[in-house]
Structure formats: structure tokens, C-alpha cells
Design a protein. Structure first.
Length: 336
């Protein structure tokens, strides 16, 4: 097991330490885990409202959550919050009881645990890297630095074409503006898509999601947008499902207007479930980034396998979201 810093991430730790040379400071690691290697792609700063003292440090949590979402969205491969670091005074490179509680919290986020680093200047800069197992046990692990040690796919940013696709698909346009588009607009039905994947969503169904406090909470709004943007891009690019997005009735709402009805999916953050929740057709489901794409691919693979197993001498028509009836949205500029 080892850790690999990108050049940028390692430089960020150095820069933050140098800036707060007289006090404790720290930051968070964004990256990914593959083949027992922790790749640190980004190291984000702790935020302007952090508490910096000689022997005490506390993160600006609201700021770091905002920055995590913003930076992670720049990369083609999803970045995860995989750990943290902070500076200790003098040569003390063991964790305090307060540190144990913080590390246990981060380790509980995934089955691999987390990584946690201590920085000391005694008198030279050094890092001691630990892997934290659940609930809270430590082992020192080595680290290296260099972009050349990291697979290119983890360093790759989202393409300009991908961002342009998001913009050009008018995710934030209101219905009235969409009706100003000349001629006819064709799009696969959102309702057909949800119907196609819904049998595979059974395990994600949930109840007692609690109250929704989205309205007026900008960080939650931004988090929800960051969570669903990859799925919206997948639906638009791969399946030609074009949608719009708005705030409605205290929810972040994805909708598509068709001739016969408007299909809506409502998203919220549930404090009770500590999860993003989406609601459709009076049912609630836990949501995670990429859920719709994952579920679509599983459903498609299952149907293809079923159809292959049922093949006989008599040709059978294979049904799927592409073979089903596609509803066409006709947005005439003179309507309304």
C-alpha cells in the first residue's frame, strides 16, 4: 500500500504550510483508490474561516464542502474525498485523541478507510502518512510524488466539448425560453427512461426521508447540481434525453415537457438519511452520482441477456428504451 501525490497536490500542501508557518493548518485530499494505491490528485485548503492556532486547528467545513464539489467537477474521472492532513507543532507526529475522532469519521466514509497525514517542521518540512482503518487504527505507509506515477485518466479534466454539451442542452433554461426555439425539438422521453430503469431501483427505495431544507441553502443547491450533472450529461449525450432544471416547491427539479404531460424528478438532501434523495411518481430513492447511468447499463445488459436466452427459431423483437415508442416534444415558437 502506498500514496502518490500529484505535483499540484504536494505543492498545495507546501504552500499552505508556508503561508501558516507560525500556526497549525491543514487541508483535505481529493483523489481515488486503485490497486491498493491512494492517488491524491488535489489537496484543497481549509478555508478562510478556519481556526489557526499554535497547537489547535479547525476546518471551515462550509467552505471545504463547497470547494470539494467545485474542484471534483473539473475532472473527467470522479474525485473522492479520501483523507486529510494537518500540521503538528515541533516533532510530534502522533495523533491526539481529538485527531482520532476526526480520523474515525473520515475512515467510516468507505470500506478502504481513509488516509491521514501529519506535517512537521523540525526544522525541515516532512510528512508522515498513515492509512486509517475502521473504526480507528493506524499504519504508516510510504508516499511518492509525481504526475508521471499517476495514470493519465485520473489527471484528465473534463473536455471543453463536455462542458459545451451541458450548456448547449439548456439545462437551466426556463420553459418559456425553450418555447422560443424555432421549429421542432426532438428528445427521447424522460418518462420512458425512468420506466426502463425503475425495476433496478428497487434496492434504493426508501421512506422517512425527513424534512427538506433546500430553499435558500445555496451550498445544498450547489451540492445537488454537482451530484446530478454527470447523469444529466449522460442522458443528453448518450440517449438524447434533454431536460431542464429549476428550483420548484423547495426542490431541485429536473423536468421535461411533452405534448401530453410534463415529467418531473425532484431532488433533495435528506438530513435523516444523510443522502441525496430523488422522488418520482410518489416514491423516494437514495441517489448517488452516476446512479442513472449505472442503472441504465445494468438494465440494458440484463435485457440483452434475457433476450439471448429466449432466442428461438422464430425471430423475436428486442425491446428496449431505443425500440420503445419515443415521445416527441414539439416546442413551437408560437405556442403560449
Amino acid at each position: 500500500m502506498r500514496v502518490i501525490f500529484s505535483n499540484r497536490a504536494y505543492t498545495s500542501v507546501l504552500a499552505e504550510t508556508a503561508e501558516k508557518i507560525k500556526t497549525e493548518t491543514g487541508g483535505l485530499f481529493l483523489g481515488t483508490i486503485q490497486d491498493d494505491t491512494w492517488y491524491i490528485i488535489e489537496a484543497i485548503d481549509p478555508g478562510p474561516k478556519s481556526i489557526f492556532e499554535v497547537a489547535y486547528f479547525e476546518y471551515d467545513q462550509k467552505y471545504t464542502q463547497h470547494l470539494i464539489n467545485k474542484i471534483a467537477n473539473l475532472y473527467d474521472k470522479q474525485l473522492l474525498l479520501i483523507g486529510l492532513w494537518h500540521r503538528h507543532p515541533g516533532s510530534f507526529d502522533q495523533f491526539s485523541s481529538t485527531d482520532d475522532g476526526t480520523n474515525a469519521k473520515y475512515a467510516s466514509m468507505r470500506k478502504e478507510g481513509a488516509i491521514s497525514a501529519l506535517v512537521n517542521i523540525d526544522p525541515k518540512f516532512r510528512i508522515t502518512m498513515y492509512q486509517v482503518d475502521r473504526p480507528c487504527s493506524y499504519r504508516k505507509i510510504p508516499y511518492d510524488v509525481g504526475d508521471n506515477l499517476i495514470p493519465d485518466k485520473f489527471l484528465k479534466f473534463k473536455s471543453l466539448e463536455k462542458f459545451n454539451s451541458i450548456i448547449n442542452n439548456s439545462l437551466y433554461l426556463s420553459s418559456s425560453k425553450r418555447k422560443a426555439v424555432e421549429g421542432y425539438h426532438r428528445s427521447v422521453s424522460l418518462a420512458t427512461f425512468i420506466k426502463f430503469i425503475s425495476p433496478m431501483l428497487h434496492d434504493e427505495e426508501c421512506t422517512d426521508v425527513g424534512a427538506n431544507n433546500l430553499l435558500g441553502d445555496e451550498p445544498i443547491q450547489e451540492r445537488l447540481v454537482d451530484e446530478i450533472i454527470d447523469d444529466l450529461t449522460f442522458m443528453a449525450d448518450a440517449l438524447d434525453i434533454e431536460t431542464a432544471i429549476c428550483l420548484e416547491n423547495n426542490y431541485l427539479t429536473i423536468y421535461q415537457e411533452a405534448i401530453d404531460k410534463t415529467t418531473k424528478i425532484y431532488f433533495m438532501f435528506s438530513a435523516a438519511k444523510q443522502s441525496v434523495i430523488f422522488s418520482y411518481d410518489n416514491k423516494c430513492y437514495r441517489y448517488h452520482k452516476g446512479l442513472f447511468k449505472e442503472t441504465f447499463e445494468k438494465t440494458k445488459a440484463n435485457r440483452e441477456q434475457r433476450d439471448n436466452n429466449e432466442k428461438s427459431n422464430k425471430p423475436q423483437k428486442q425491446m428496449g428504451v431505443f425500440d420503445s415508442v419515443i415521445k416527441i416534444i414539439k416546442l413551437n415558437k408560437d405556442e403560449g
